[in-house]
Design a protein. Sequence first.
Length: 766
Amino acid sequence: MGKSKKKSRISKILSGGSPFPTVGQSNDSTTNNQLPKESKHYSTVHKLISQLNSTIASPNDKIIALNSIVVMCNDPSLREEFFKQNILGLLFSNDPLGQSTSTSKNYNNDNAKDGELQVCFLNSKNLDIVNSTLELLKIIVFEDGYAMSTHLWKKRRIWKYIDMNLNNLKNSFNEFSMNMTSFNNSQKVLLFELTENIFGLIIALINGSESILDEILTNNADNEKMNSIAEFAVNLLKWCLIIDDENKNLKVSLRLFNTLLDLIYDFSSESGDFIERLIFNYGFSLQKLIEFGAMIDDTKINSVTRIYIENIKFQVFEVAGVQLALAGASANDDQDQVVKDFEAKRDQIFIEIYQNLSGYLKQSSKTLDVMLAATQLNPADYANVDSPEFMAKHNEKSKANDEIQAMEISLDLIATIVEFAGTNPALEQLIESSSDNDSQIIEYFNNNKLINSFLDAEFFEFLYQCLVNYNYKFELHALDCFINLAILFGSLSTTDLPSIWKDQAEKYWSSFITNQATSPFFRALKSFNGSNTVDGTVIYNLHTQIKTFGFLNASVKILQTTTANNEQQEQSLITFVQALINNGNSFSTINYHIQLLQSQPKKKKKSNHANSAENKEFVELIGQYYQEFLQLLVVLAQLPLVNLNGIIGDYLFNKVLNPVYQSAAAADEAPFAKEPTSMLDILPPRILIDLISSVFDIYSDKSFVYDGPNFVNKNYSGILKSLKEVLKSDIFKRKIDKNVDANLKALSYATIKELDRFIKYKDHEN
């Protein structure tokens, strides 16, 4: 299924916070965000901590202190100062209404027996304190992502507190739904805020860590987390959707309702199984949601509400639509016709969703500059968080963030709808059985209403502007749209491309490779200085480049018609490729050091590279980078441009495939060498095998204009002969275990045989 994912570790980096501390730097380091002791903020932080830690302060004083901390933790430097003062330890180990229950400086709840929860801010008898604590943790996890998510989940046993509060809230809502008038206004507000914050904390946790998401989604006899969350959330949503012509108001606060939709959307976008359970186990009705969207008074909801409804509608139709259609059919109905009718209805609904979202984005873009400016608060703004001026700015920031979030979600869903259209089984079958210019494919595109709804020049221009002007918020989302559009229309030959898309794709290509001011790729290069550290900026830049490569690889056909006899275009490509290669060398250096250190005994690890989850994440991510990077070089090398092929060929044969690499002994003696002499020991075997196969395609015929000047005259064949021996005696033998991956081992043997045949073929050819 297509996944419409909103928040992730990368979108966390996009919003300004990094879930990845610099390698070798502890999570509580304040090197970059340290407050001077003489600053007013520093004294305010200490005053608030003292207030929370006090045994004589009233509960109301502690609530006021917590609420101030909630606001101040939106600022990175202030948040770091609260971490230095052990704000987490205080929240989890102190009884806010009594004496401290722990004097430990680690504050890990390790003294509590399994299944027991010591009294702390999260299970206080004062629900206002619980509410403010949940809101604070929600903000901290959202801002600090992976590191904080895993810390709370593993060290603080946060799930036990979440589960306890969920059970309490279920009981409260059961009482509230039966007699809403039995709750006064302040009780209703507190109930809504508690529920919003517990759902918000769950959302932050699952978006901060995929392992937490997987653990919750794994539903078995020993794991009731999913049922605990979903049963309450879906029952609450079902109750909220019951409205009539007489009363078109929300039954809960708008923020709670949106957070509830957000929670269901997040799980739905990650798990088709969850969607099926949502409908068939928990009794969720898509029709009720659609009717609610049509009936609710527009003044009672906002754009975020509408976007979430569209997302959930899409997820349900995509995953469970056929099952629902068949379940509603009679025994006499022809099942094939039922499915066919449903697919026509589904495509029309997807067209409406696409048009609604693209229209919303085009309209919102007119005020985007104002919204982006409203999201920026300076540290000086936090000098008096209780002032009316600050609260006005803070409220404007919240509204702007809601709109920007709605725009991000809209872009992601549009990318997913395009992906859905491009992976339609009927189209895939035509592509597999047809040539590029087959009339059946052209007819399919011409008659497909969903695909034709994508051809919107104004929306394409909006996507382009996302890269040019709003890169730090929408860059990766827009690139996802570009990639899926390029893959979709890549099914057509260049001459058959719709002119609207062809014109835009050529514009994108030109911008990516020639205009360094607007290219996301060149922006990422400028931000990465080649230092041997891994931090949020490096991770973000890797994602930017991987996605840029994805678009360029998917749309490279366009170059085949624009590069012929075009010296200016060739020179632009050469400059672009040289930048690619230089950047690839820098990333390979970092990856090389990490792999060396991970393979050494702990006593030899003297570098600032910690053997950490962040390094593991980087190593996995850079594998994707190499795959897309090398694939793009291979595609560009096949253009009929001798000089361009020579630059790429020299890099592939002298740097990537050259068997002169650093031995294990040499690495042990000088583990922090400036950079590896070869990439053979860095590339995953599967990527290396694919690259070797691609070399066969690039130089498969001596009639290619670049074959003689480059492959023959530069003796690439000699390098391949040395490579064959090293692959056979060392690389494949050492890096592929047949007991772990027998298929890959067999493929490695086949690759060596093919390499031997190719060498003999080229020797005979020349």
